[in-house]
Design a protein around this ligand. Structure first.
Ligand code: G6P
Length: 615
């Protein structure tokens, strides 16, 4: 998984490429590189490390003059992160230069063929094989770059978003897409290429999102030509007007994107239900649900597929759907589901949850479900993303861009959308009374304010972070609706502070994790006054008698837990099904502060990527 950028126009390409790469670093940041062409010389600089390291290298290595350029930020799949494996890659003649996001699965076979034909390879990447395949075809068949790219891609198995140029064509970049995202920004006599629109948002609001199996030939001063890779047919591309603005993708005074995004949750949740939750009329309006109501009501079950944090939101939804709408729900890791020959029936509804809408496993899972006739509903944040487009219908979370790798506002807005869906279905099925339905709507409307209050726990959370920051392990416990929150709290800590943490259903503790508890083990327990409060209090007592350190998230005004716990964090009261939206807030803050105190890279934790577009 990687980020790609490109520019062809009348401005100097370098500053545009560098700024674009910085915005795309959420996609990968183990190495970076650029190539700039001034019509005479191709200048390339690349390095292991971040875009900031690349800037230093560029200063020493190349002059940056030129109005055509491409750049790449890498998340290694084939070949370790080092300078040689970084993109761009040259073809053997030095004429072609390529950047690539994705995986060429049959690269070994292609490499053997090309080696026999005299090609030499300097890196361990699949990408270098692709660029030489294009060159081989170009020379063998005496055809232009665009045609050679097309022929080559028809021989390739895998996923890609590529941009390639030819030294002999100083006014042209060829791009193509299958599986990985690729957007083209269209300005006045200038074109921008990127994995998402954030690198070019300040230059143009007009963009084309290439569809799978499409390629485009971008020429200076000419109209873009988009073609189908498989049969060469010309396509009239849809030019979208982007809704994104610059402010949304900058840090706005916060030290990290993650902190900004944690604090954006009140407004993000409000944006999620704006226009959908009409409490004065006691209705929920979501066109994706209304238009497909029959499919939902006839479904014998709902299968939720997702990965990572989105999977945790899926687990919360299992409780909501079963509790309120009485529809059986199965929550599956997309990566398992896609390969385990699952039983999928035509009447099943599959809900795919994905912040980015690009996660490869989730995309593959929904393709599988669709092939078996199931109806697929997408819950995505990124508008126009692959999953949003592949699904039969869907609902966006409208959380705004999430840049921090550790997901925060995506989680709470996913839960909000799923709650709206469950409530709407419960009303349609008659499994919720009108007074209870209204109560839920009114309570949901109060959530943004209550999240704001939950955010005021920041100081006490910082104190707790300081006390426990050097612990080697953490345990997170919760029951019912708050069991997935415990999993999510543990995941946040692991992701950004690299401390081992486990989430567990509180009652399961006695079947194993209790053996780990001693005076060195901080245990974060979610113990709100709703749900199984007394049982959780008993669990807390069990921890206390084994000298574990107790950090409890409780409902404001709690007294019983206060007496037992080492620290309590109070969140406002709400109805049980909505507690995850509040209890998760201090857990996000706890992981954030610990990571900052340990001097970790909060927004770009090691080995992770924001969107995993490879298996
Ligand atoms: C990556 C990210 C996680 C995210 C997961 C699923 O692992 O680092 O934060 O939860 O992918 O991503 P999605 O975009 O499908 O929600």
């Amino acid at each position: 998984m990687c980020g790609i950028v490109g520019y062809l126009g009348h401005r100097e390409a370098y500053p545009i490429l560098i700024k674009g790469l910085q915005r795309l670093e959420y996609r990968g940041y183990d190495s970076a590189g650029i190539a700039i062409y001034d019509g005479e010389t191709i200048k390339m600089s690349k390095t292991k490390g971040k875009v900031s390291d690349l800037i230093d290298c560029v200063k020493e290595e190349i002059d940056t003059k030129g109005t055509l350029g491409i750049g790449h930020t890498r998340w290694a799949t084939h070949g370790v992160p080092n300078k040689v494996n970084s993109h761009p890659h040259y073809s053997n003649s030095g004429n072609l230069v390529i950047i690539h996001n994705g995986i060429i699965e049959n690269y070994e076979t292609l490499k053997k063929e090309l080696t026999k034909r005299g090609y030499a390879f300097h890196s361990d990447t699949d990408t270098e094989v692709l660029v030489n395949l294009i060159e081989d075809i170009q020379i063998k068949e005496k055809i232009k770059l665009g045609k050679a790219v097309q022929v080559a891609l028809n021989q390739v198995v895998g996923a890609y978003a590529i941009a390639v140029f030819d030294k002999n064509k100083p006014n042209e970049i060829v791009v193509a897409k299958l599986g990985s995202p690729l957007a083209i920004g269209i300005g006045d006599d200038e074109f921008f290429i990127a994995s998402d629109a954030s690198p070019f948002i300040e230059y143009t609001k007009n963009a084309i999102y290439l569809e799978d199996e499409e390629m485009a030939i971008i020429r200076r001063g000419k109209k873009i030509r988009v073609r189908k890779i498989s049969d060469d047919s010309l396509i009239d591309p849809y030019v979208q007007e982007l809704q994104l603005n610059l402010e949304q993708i900058e840090k706005g005074g916060y030290e990290h994107f993650m902190l900004k995004e944690i604090y954006e949750q009140p407004s993000a949740i409000l944006d999620t239900f704006r226009g959908r939750l009409l409490s004065d009329q006691a209705i929920i309006k979501m066109s994706g649900i209304e238009d497909n109501m029959k499919r939902f009501l006839n479904a014998p079950r709902i299968i939720v597929v997702a990965c990572g944090t989105s999977w945790h939101a899926g687990l919360v939804s299992e409780y909501i759907f079963e509790d309120l709408a009485r529809i059986p729900v199965e929550v599956e890791y997309a990566s398992e589901f896609r390969y385990r020959n699952p039983v999928i029936n035509e009447n099943d509804v599959v809900i795919a949850i994905s912040q980015s809408g690009e996660t490869a496993d989730t995309l593959a899972a929904i393709k599988l479900a669709k092939s078996k006739g199931a109806f697929v509903f997408g819950v995505c944040n990124v508008v126009g993303s692959s999953i949003a487009r592949e699904a039969d219908a869907g609902a966006y979370t409208h959380a705004g861009p999430e840049i921090g790798v550790a997901s925060t506002k995506a989680f709470t807005t996913q839960i909000t959308v799923l709650t709206l869906i469950a409530l709407r279905l419960a009303r349609a099925k008659g499994t919720i009374s009108s007074s209870d339905f209204r109560r839920h709507l009114l309570e949901l409307e109060l959530i943004p304010e209550k999240v704001k209050t939950a955010l005021t726990t920041d100081d006490i959370v910082k104190t707790i972070a300081n006390v426990y920051k050097n612990s080697r392990n953490f345990l997170y416990l919760g029951r019912g609706y708050n069991f997935p929150v415990a999993l999510e709290g543990a995941l946040k800590l692991k992701e950004i502070s690299y401390i081992h943490a486990e989430g567990y259903p509180a009652a399961e503790m006695k079947h194993g994790p209790i053996a780990l508890i001693d005076e060195h083990m901080p245990v974060v327990v979610i113990a709100t006054n709703k749900g199984h409060y007394d049982k959780v209090v008993s669990n807390i007592q069990e921890i206390k008698s084994r000298e574990g350190k107790i950090i409890a998230v409780v409902t404001k005004g709690d007294t019983a837990v206060k007496e037992l716990a080492d620290y309590v964090i109070e969140v406002p009261e709400t109805i049980e099904s909505l507690t995850p939206l509040l209890t998760t807030i201090p857990l996000q803050l706890l992981s954030y502060h610990i990571a900052v105190m340990l001097n970790k890279n909060v927004d770009q934790p090691r080995n992770l990527a924001k969107a995993v577009t490879v298996e």
